[in-house]
Design a protein around this ligand. Structure first.
Ligand SMILES: NC(=O)C1=CN([C@@H]2O[C@H](COP(=O)(O)OP(=O)(O)OC[C@H]3O[C@@H](n4cnc5c(N)ncnc54)[C@H](O)[C@@H]3O)[C@@H](O)[C@H]2O)C=CC1
Ligand SMILES: O=C(O)[C@H]1O[C@H](OP(=O)(O)OP(=O)(O)OC[C@H]2O[C@@H](n3ccc(=O)[nH]c3=O)[C@H](O)[C@@H]2O)[C@H](O)[C@@H](O)[C@@H]1O
Length: 437
């Protein structure tokens, strides 16, 4: 293997760890930095603090190339490129909170041999502001590259190794060239690689906007199909047939047309709001995004109406939630629909039990008043209704006859259209999905 450039990665969360492991897999030495000393200690011991399929194995495979520290100097001493993957959570106003990014910027020394490579999702204009800050702090030699990340939790390793595209926004200097070189093996043959990734090399502001626009568009697609599902419920159409018929149009495409009980996660809700705020701060009223957000909020609450339709008032009713994470194959609970749902159900007087195969520890930090069950069957024992919140594979294969025996009532609300309606109905249960009879 040709010698690969060592890199630093600042922030060892979902994006930082996957980026670090991915580049280590491609042959780089990677210097991982985090301010969370506990996390760094666990990583040093070979313990992976998040659940992401394949990540533990990938880090183990590349253990000798991955170095963990709380001291940013370790990265500065050993690497020119410092990938920034710190959190950019929403503030109360909905703008992105850039305090962690600014802490990193402030910690950089005056240097003309280093570059910050921004992986964190930041508002368009952040790169320009950081370059101005570097000037003001006498660090004008420090280069800056925007390299937004498009991975999805649950399939992050594949997304890293087989990207649709790699976006590099820079000033046309050595730093941008070096980032492209790092990604070279993942790019198409046209760009000298052997992967599927198209290269989009552009200016910094455009790269920043690609990320926000892509997330906002995907979220729009979901809210759109959720509204179509709601109309289907009124008109007798089956939204799955409708989505199939729509998705076969190559201009529309089949992906992200799965109706459900709303999108969650650490990014869509935050990034759609941040883009709306960014537009507003720049003097433009981004009308469409208001609706995308509102539809998503209402979609989570529609489950309550469905339950009331079957059970009447929910006071004293036992409701089992299957799945709590914002999507399957992750332990991430940020903005999960289950948070709103469990709170609304309890406000309506229901007694809630819940089970998630992986996210329970995270869920316990955020959800109060719910009985956390041992497994799915324990959660639904004596329940008047069951709601599928997260489509973990193990819920698809439940023995519905056994479920029917254990439940007190018969209502099954399939919040992700993931169950087989015939199998559920065949066991004598009442099935209701999203946007289908
Ligand atoms: N989670 C995802 O699927 C994706 C996230 N993104 C973006 O990537 C960024 C990171 O997201 P996640 O990895 O989910 O966040 P995370 O919250 O999992 O990880 C962030 C890490 O940064 C560390 N950190 C905070 N301040 C620091 C500092 N000053 N120095 C060193 N470390 C510091 C934290 O301790 C934490 O370990 C966000 O901007 C997010 O929007 C982009 C694409 C996908
Ligand atoms: O910026 C980010 O953090 C990432 O956000 C999303 O990835 P992620 O949030 O990990 O997961 P998705 O698979 O996109 O799902 C997000 C939410 O939308 C919901 N969803 C997704 C697809 C769909 O058709 N319908 C639907 O309701 C999921 O259940 C989930 O709650 C994007 O897909 C990534 O490209 C992006 O990098």
């Amino acid at each position: 293997m040709a010698e690969r450039e060592p890199i630093g990665v600042i922030g060892t969360g979902y994006v930082g760890l996957v980026t670090a492991a991915g580049f280590a897999e491609l042959g780089s030495d990677v210097y991982c930095i985090d301010i969370d000393a506990g996390k760094i200690e666990r990583l040093k011991q070979g313990e992976i603090p998040i659940y992401e399929p394949g990540l533990t194995e990938m880090i183990a495979r590349n253990r000798e190339r991955m170095h963990f520290s709380t001291d940013i100097q370790d990265a500065l001493d050993n690497a020119r490129l410092l990938f920034v993957a710190v959190g950019t959570p929403p503030t109360y106003s909905g703008d992105a909170d850039l305090s962690a990014v600014h802490a990193v910027v402030g910690a950089m020394p005056a240097s003309d041999r280093h570059a910050l490579v921004m992986k964190s999702t930041v508002p368009c204009g952040t790169g320009k502001n950081i370059k101005r800050l570097f000037e003001e702090q006498g660090k004008s030699g420090f280069r800056y590259v925007s390299c937004p990340e498009f991975l999805k939790e649950g399939s992050a390793i594949d997304d890293f190794l087989q990207p649709d595209r790699v976006v590099v926004g820079d000033d046309g200097d050595w730093a941008g060239d070096a980032v492209v070189e790092l990604y070279r093996p993942l790019l198409t043959a046209e760009h000298g690689g052997e992967g599927p990734g198209e290269l989009v090399r552009t200016d910094i502001a455009s790269a920043e906007m690609v990320k926000l626009a892509a997330n906002a568009f995907l979220a729009t697609k979901i809210s759109f199909i959720n509204e179509i599902a709601n109309v289907c419920e009124e008109t007798g159409a089956d939204v799955l047939e409708v989505a199939k018929g729509m998705g076969l149009d190559s201009r529309i495409g089949p992906k992200f047309l799965q109706p459900g009980i709303g999108f969650g996660g650490s990014c869509f809700p935050k990034d759609v709001t941040a883009l709306k705020q960014l537009a507003g701060n720049s003097g433009y009223h981004f009308q469409l995004l208001n609706s995308v957000i509102e539809v998503n909020e209402l979609q989570k609450r529609r489950v309550i109406g469905k339950l009331e339709k079957h059970l009447g008032p929910l006071v004293g009713k036992r409701i089992a939630l299957l799945g709590l994470a914002f999507k399957p194959n992750t332990d991430d609970m940020r903005e999960a629909s289950s948070l709103v749902l469990s709170a609304r159900l309890q406000a309506a007087g229901a007694l809630v039990s819940a089970f998630d195969p992986i996210a329970e520890d995270e869920a316990r930090k955020l959800i109060q008043g719910v009985r956390f069950a041992e497994d799915a069957l324990d959660a639904l024992t004596d329940a008047d209704a069951l709601v599928l919140v997260t489509e973990w594979d193990e819920f698809r294969t439940l023995d519905w006859t056994q479920v029917a025996r254990l439940m007190a009532g018969t209502t099954v609300i399939d919040g992700r259209n993931a169950l087989d309606p015939d199998a559920v109905r065949g066991a004598g249960l009442t099935y209701e999905g999203i946007g289908r009879g």
